[in-house]
Design a protein around this ligand. Sequence first.
Ligand code: FE
Length: 244
Amino acid sequence: MLSKILYENENCKWIMLARDPQKKTNVIDTNEYAIIVNQEAILLDPGGIEIFPMVLTSISEILDVKSIKAYLCSHQDPDVMSSLQLWLGLTPNAKVYMSWLWAGFIAHFGGEYVKNFVTLPDEGLALDFNQRKFEFVPAHYCHSSGNFHFFDPEAKILFSGDMGAALVPLDYPTVVEDFKEHIKYMEKFHQRWMPSNTAKNKWVQRVRKLNPSLLCPQHGSVFAGENVQLFLDWLEDLEVGKAK
Ligand code: FE
């Protein structure tokens, strides 16, 4: 699995894990993001059971697994969080942030760690993690009805879940190089998986205000610099949720 440092300063690092070559072909490829702040880590969308061994191996090379203190489950999908119980087996005191809407459903994976759940209100939440400020950003109906993204205002990095997701080949760059070329990998995904134009456009407006310099989706490649704007403009014009 590729491990790429997206941002680094004296006390914080964003690392992207991507393009797992050992993944079975019938399992959708996912990106995981580890944020390390003063030796403690948050894992954004821990991923599915199928890829847990590879993610664990890759992450063990960059940090002590016991230093993971928090997980975000952006929503309830299996590729997002079906590995959660396995991670909590290794880090039994870590917090798990998720929408209040999904807590009772995610508890079906096993009730042992429900005490670790921190449910997020619809309007989002500020997080102080080891003296660095982050924000859980509402992204409801993009695509799940209870959905959160994660923003680092200092680094100006937004983890954007399925927004910006693309189904790309294994040897595809981890950062988008040619935006126009990239459209073909994400157009159908957004048209089908995003159910609401209203929610999509509200999200675009919210993200424009945050003005991220990196936008990091759970599938595909990271948007950097002017490609963030190109992506937001493209998404605003795209009609989604069209019933056939
Ligand atoms: Fe999803």
